[in-house]
Design a binder for this molecule. Structure first.
Ligand SMILES: *[C@@H]1O[C@H](CO)[C@@H](O)[C@H](O)[C@H]1NC(C)=O
Ligand SMILES: *[C@@H]1O[C@H](CO)[C@@H](O)[C@H](O)[C@H]1NC(C)=O
Length: 351
């Protein structure tokens, strides 16, 4: 071997050892210092649901949901993975099973369970699925039945998503703009009660998401051919988030620890959308707000068929370069980008 090649080979090996050393340190830090959760319990709505809604009712169980991963519908409101899956991956565990499958999966409950149901809120939203109080009650029931012990809870993390279904229900039941601020306070107060409850039953650390920029969701931006976000709705989301941040600060002060951590979906959605890496099809970035799966007739949605079984929707060629999947949900690529934007704040779980 020529001398310079030998030297560069040695250098390369040294470099590898240096990198490996870093990895060992990082792993040891996470293993032996601080909190290392082994289970994930999930509460909330379609941003975290991985299959709880009834197959006969939910769009999440229809083609083309799941087309990217795993290739068929699994009850996730996306073409693939959702936020829950990325949080579980970050923790180094399997994505927890949906609660509805718990009876068929005894022995597979060691990663926790997912109690989130698409369409739900902290209050009833009219979709007849369990609100957050009821979801928390499911976990309490399992503790009573000794499926999970106090020790299990001590080494667990909760993820709580509240993505705006309470506000959808408020608006569709005729709630006025004047009454919105006081309704927002009621929602956040109820969230605060729910977060405290999750901690009181023994979950060691609780992640809660801020409201995403709801005025930028395709169901809203379709009115401007996907060009403009609704700034009034985004201000309402900011108000919700400000109250939520205050509530979390108060809860942490009360528990004298950083028990509750805010995951800022509002800024991570904005960061990703403004980075203009997302577009529909090949032409980059003229319509980053346009979803991949679009209904072709009014009253239809992504996954709808007519009475002859003909599709009432179109699917874009490149879901991997499109942020939104349907009128309200990100694609797997969208969630992955949001997760990467949240990555540094997730490290606080271990402190
Ligand atoms: C949640 O649902 C239960 C059962 O339907 C109901 O009794 C309870 O009042 C609801 N909680 C809230 C906060 O709306
Ligand atoms: C924090 O908790 C202490 C009591 O433990 C209380 O006196 C104080 O007012 C609280 N501060 C806030 C900002 O809630």
């Amino acid at each position: 071997m020529e001398l310079h090649r030998l030297l560069s080979h040695t250098f390369f090996l040294l470099f590898l050892f240096a990198v490996a050393g870093e990895l060992v340190c990082a792993t040891e830090h996470q293993t032996y210092v601080g909190f290392r959760p082994k289970k994930l319990f999930v509460f909330g709505d379609s941003y975290s649901d991985t299959g709880n809604n009834p197959i006969s009712l939910a769009s999440s169980w229809k083609t083309p949901y799941g087309v990217t991963f795993p290739g068929k519908p699994t009850g996730r409101y996306s073409d693939g993975r959702v936020l829950t899956d990325y949080i579980a991956r970050f923790m180094g565990i399997k994505s927890p099973l949906p609660y509805r499958f718990r009876k068929y999966a005894l022995g597979k409950l060691q990663y926790g369970l997912n109690f989130a149901f698409g369409g739900t809120g902290v209050f009833d939203t009219g979709n007849l699925q369990p609100n957050m109080t009821t979801q928390i009650g499911f976990l309490q029931g399992l503790i009573k039945d000794k499926v999970y012990s106090k020790w299990d809870l001590k080494e667990s993390l909760a993820l709580v998503t509240v993505s705006g279904n309470d506000y959808g229900a408020f608006t569709s039941s005729g709630g006025s703009d004047q009454d919105l601020p006081s309704f927002i306070s009621r929602v956040v107060n109820q969230m605060s009660i729910d977060l405290k409850q999750i901690h009181d039953i023994g979950v060691q650390r609780v992640l809660v998401t801020t409201l995403q920029p709801i005025g930028c969701l395709p169901r809203q931006t379709v009115l401007s051919s996907y060009q403009q976000c609704n700034e009034n709705q985004n201000s309402a989301a900011s108000f919700h988030n400000q109250l939520l941040q205050q509530a979390v600060t108060r809860l942490n002060n009360d528990t004298k620890q950083s028990t509750f951590l805010v995951l800022d979906l509002f800024s991570s959605f904005n960061t990703v959308l403004n980075s203009k890496t997302y577009s529909t099809g090949n032409s980059k970035s003229d319509t980053p707000l346009k979803p991949c799966c679009v209904a072709t007739s009014s009253g239809a949605g992504c996954g709808s068929l007519d009475e002859n079984g003909k599709k009432l929707y179109t699917v874009c060629k490149e879901p991997e370069s499109t942020f939104f999947w349907d009128t309200v949900h990100p694609t797997q690529a969208g969630w992955r980008a949001v997760y990467l934007a949240l990555r540094s704040s997730l490290d606080r779980i271990y402190s």
